[in-house]
Design a protein around this ligand. Structure first.
Ligand SMILES: Cc1cc2nc3c(=O)[nH]c(=O)nc-3n(C[C@H](O)[C@H](O)[C@H](O)COP(=O)(O)OP(=O)(O)OC[C@H]3O[C@@H](n4cnc5c(N)ncnc54)[C@H](O)[C@@H]3O)c2cc1C
Length: 478
């Protein structure tokens, strides 16, 4: 596959002082941190518990990559390979789940999206992970699978594996996910109440081979193959919502179904969901949703909201949490994987300015400051989106449907309503979310605070280096 080699990545400013990062966890957060840190010249060892990256995950299937995520791949020079594995989203069609009555439609304005930095792209989680893995390896990261980290030493300098091996780091980046080691460690470090809030919903996360859709004339209409770009379908129902989209041109079609929680599955357990189980939840829906449910298989997970951690930096000031470990997004969220990429981008940009070891704690706290506010906001928006889509039958739900239907009838895009309309402010919010540039946020911190601190320390020559870049020096090996 082209576009993954190190040479495909545009040159990046290399850190003056290059250190050794140990990244714990090889999900989207850990792998993208490995890519980003290697790009700015640091040495990275990634420790992943699983024996390999070959298994398709049983949990996460599809990724709906928003423009703020595509933008990062653009910066990293990896967009060609993303285009190879994903499909660009052309439009969203929203209907009622019982009778397929169309409520609205939004055709993306591609010029505007590209102006914001990137397109909406759908792709398989597994393929995205493979792309990041190859890029990390190409850039020199040492990827160690079968490396289950049991603990981190109090000084934050060693990851201790289950087999007793100790792996030394200058900085440890913890990316072990929403219920993993790093979250537990950071939450206990700050006496954080980590009891989650159940949403009263569970999510079936499934895929259907696109060939099955093509073989069924009714389902084939969902592929909309007469259009060059992919269509996302959203069906609103009473405490229910279904979503589907084509993840790649000739492969999987994603199918998500939100239903009321039956209380049978604890958060930590992912239930396998064969087609008959998914179908049983779709009996009263329009025929295409019923047939999609009957053709798909996947998993079922209870939706629990967990708060963004208060402190992301361990008391040792050598260990930092990123990704779902510090800002868990509910399964099925659009922005969850994206926030992990933004984390990686900000972290690497900050550490591209590393001149001396004494800066490490301030960079870790700067990361927390930049990312915490952003992820709290995006997490809220993501949760509100789920509420909006799964609204119980009520006056409010009728108002939502009527407003959308009126916009549709007037021939307008669902998210392009008149000034002052709710939908319009929703689009303004989307613009702000999509337009965010993680690297700019890190640069702004550096220009405002990083350089100032160096100058205040009376180190003008270092500040000069920090401003204009310098000759990289690698730290002595431990
Ligand atoms: C059940 C479920 C379904 C989801 N569905 C979707 C979806 O459909 N679409 C979507 O976009 N997002 C989905 N998400 C969210 C998405 O996966 C994450 O928000 C995003 O990928 C960031 O994850 P992460 O890398 O921080 O953590 P994770 O993806 O959880 O990765 C953590 C990694 O760390 C490894 N690890 C854990 N503990 C250790 C240890 N002690 N030592 C070494 N390695 C360790 C794990 O094996 C894993 O590889 C889902 C999440 C869950 C939990």
């Amino acid at each position: 596959m082209s576009g993954t080699s190190a040479s495909a990545h545009p040159p990046e400013r290399k850190a003056f002082l290059q250190i050794h990062f140990v990244v714990v966890g090889g999900g989207i957060a850990g792998l993208s941190a490995a890519v980003a840190l290697c790009r700015v010249g640091h040495r990275v060892t990634l420790l992943e518990r699983d024996e390999d990256f070959d298994q398709k995950p049983t949990t996460v299937r599809g990724i709906r990559m928003p423009p703020n995520m595509t933008k990062i791949f653009n910066h990293w020079g990896m967009r060609p390979v993303i285009d190879e594995i994903g499909t660009v989203s052309g439009q969203v069609i929203m209907s009622r789940i019982e009778d397929s009555r169309t409520l609205g439609k939004h055709v993306w304005n591609h010029e505007m999206l590209e102006e914001a930095g990137g397109e909406f792209i759908f792709l398989n989680y597994h393929e995205l992970r493979q792309v990041l893995l190859r890029a990390a390896k190409d850039l020199g990261a040492d990827i160690r699978t079968g490396s289950d980290v049991a603990s981190i030493t109090d000084d934050g300098r060693y990851a201790v594996l289950k087999n007793g091996e100790r792996v030394h780091a200058d900085v440890i980046v913890g990316a072990t996910g929403r219920l993993g080691l790093i979250r537990d460690l950071l939450a206990s470090d700050q006496e954080f109440d980590d009891s989650g809030k159940p949403r009263g919903l569970m999510l079936f996360d499934a895929v259907v081979p696109a060939s099955k859709l093509r073989a069924d004339p009714e389902l084939a209409t969902l592929l909309q193959e007469e259009f060059p770009q992919s269509t996302q379908w959203v069906w609103f129902g009473d405490n229910h919502c279904a979503l589907s989209c084509h993840l790649s041109r000739d492969d999987d079609f994603a199918f998500y179904l939100y239903v009321p929680d039956d209380g049978k599955t604890p958060e930590a357990r992912i239930r396998t969901a064969p087609s008959e189980v998914i179908s049983a939840h779709a009996v009263n829906f329009e025929p295409r949703v019923q047939r999609l449910a009957a053709a798909s298989s996947g998993t079922c997970v209870k939706l629990v909201t967990r708060d963004v951690l208060e402190t992301w930096v361990h008391s040792s000031e050598r260990l930092l949490g990123i990704g779902d470990a510090v800002h868990p997004f509910v399964p099925g969220s659009i922005q969850g994987p994206c926030m992990s990429l933004e984390d990686a981008s900000v972290l690497a940009k900050l550490f591209s300015h590393l001149l001396e070891e004494a800066q490490i704690p301030s960079f870790l706290y700067a990361f927390e400051e930049i990312r915490r506010e952003r992820t709290i906001k995006i997490n809220n928006v993501d949760n509100q989106n789920v509420d909006f889509m799964t609204m119980p039958a009520s006056e409010m739900a009728t108002m939502r449907d009527n407003a959308m239907a009126a916009t549709f009838k007037a021939g307008r895009n669902a998210l392009d309503a008149d000034e002052g309309d709710d939908a319009s402010s929703q689009w303004t919010e989307n613009r702000e979310i999509f337009g965010y540039d993680a690297e700019d946020a890190a640069n702004e911190w550096w220009q405002t605070w990083g350089l100032l601190r160096l100058r205040a320390k009376g180190a003008p020559q270092l500040a000069e280096l920090g401003g204009i870049g310098g000759v990289a020096v690698a730290r002595a090996e431990h």
